[in-house]
Design a protein around this ligand. Structure first.
Ligand code: KG4
Ligand code: ZN
Length: 336
């Protein structure tokens, strides 16, 4: 039984897992606190974590119906993330572990997104290929064991979620941008505007989204304020489709074993998983499902709640780590 804490960005999260089973998974989103700024303000995120973290930990224990003395160990995200935000979770976990006399595991946030796939009801066993696309990261991870992943390709500039957030801001759709773009795109034509498909002729598995953002800016300028408002649904649909297209091209190439850095003996991967907030996107989920169907790949799509940041995935990653005993973890610092 593991009590896990995650505060790397703007969600305050705590969870209790027992083996691969989630006993509780409590998430307090701060999205409304950051909405009027059109993005996350790090200092505000830290202050909210500070107010929320104790009640959220209490709620996770209460919902799991266990006391702190009953858990075997604790786990916490050490990085990467916003340093002030991480500091709150790391300090909280150290204090709880020390007070309860339990060992503590420090977890890599991205390994957490990978480990969301190891949770019940249908844990996915390695090897598999995992596309992680969030507000902070976009990468293709080759997962050959439970305790680590290899980065096969990653974004060279903006993350996919960051691009969606910036596009939503430009279109006046609010924050967080991914869900706002998805809603607006529902009434739009994805072929109305032709946005560039960056990096697709590049043999590597890396991504780039900053050119896409610039293309949207030019399209909006050309239309003028009123014109852009009239065509907002089409702009959102075309932008969303361009982001998903790029993710799909690289995912397909990686799935077929087309990485320069690593070739699997059989030529490709047999299973594909998605993680990160952008994996909550219906168009992406549908397109990846169709790809897997065509290519004969097993597909693992965790619930949307396990795609976005949460502490259950951090607990899941911790199951495969040796936790550190008191006082070894007291010197840990968060990794920005
Ligand atoms: O993994 P996550 O919760 O936090 C980070 O570690 O970044 O991901 C948040 C990102 C944001 O950029 C948000 O706009 C995006 O995921 N996102 C979505 C959707 N829901 C969240 N993007 C596209 N479609 C969605 N439905
Ligand atoms: Zn994340």
């Amino acid at each position: 039984m593991i009590l896990a804490v995650e505060t790397s960005c703007d969600d305050t999260c705590a969870a209790v897992i027992e083996g691969a089973t989630i006993r509780s998974n409590v998430i307090s989103s701060q999205a409304t606190a950051h909405e009027r700024f059109g993005g996350i303000v790090p200092e505000i995120a830290s202050r909210h974590h500070l107010e929320l973290v104790n009640p959220i930990v209490d709620a996770a224990l209460a919902e799991a119906a266990v006391g702190l003395d009953e858990v075997d160990s604790l786990a916490v995200t050490r990085g990467p993330g916003l340093v002030g935000a991480l500091l709150v979770g790391v300090s909280t976990a150290k204090a709880l572990a020390a007070a309860a006399g339990k060992p503590l595991a420090g977890v890599d946030h991205l390994q957490g997104h990978v480990a969301a796939n190891f949770l019940a009801p249908e844990p996915l066993e390695p090897p598999f290929l995992c596309l992680i696309a969030s507000g902070g990261h976009t990468l293709l991870a080759g997962v050959t064991s439970h305790d680590r992943h290899e980065v096969l390709g990653q974004t060279l500039d903006d993350a996919a979620g960051e691009a969606l957030d910036k596009a939503a801001r430009l279109l006046g759709l609010g924050y967080p941008g991914g869900p706002a773009i998805e809603r607006a795109a529902g009434d739009g034509d994805p072929e109305a505007f032709e946005f560039p498909l960056a990096m697709t002729n590049d043999p590597r598995l890396d991504f780039s989204f900053s050119g896409l953002k610039t293309a949207l800016l030019y399209a909006v300028r050309e239309l003028g304020d009123e014109g852009a408002l009239d065509r907002r649904a089409d702009l959102a649909a075309s932008f969303q489709s361009a982001v998903v297209d790029q993710l799909l091209v690289k995912l397909r190439r990686a799935a077929r074993g087309g990485s320069k850095r690593r070739r699997l003996p059989g030529g490709g991967w047999r299973a594909v998983a998605l993680g990160g907030g952008v994996a909550a996107n219906t168009l992406l989920r549908d397109r990846v499902a169709a790809l897997c169907e065509r290519e004969g790949l097993e597909l693992k799509l965790v619930d949307r709640e396990l795609c976005t940041d949460n502490a259950a995935m951090i607990g899941s990653a911790a199951r495969y780590l040796e936790p550190t005993r008191y006082p070894g973890y007291l010197e840990w610092e968060p990794r920005a």
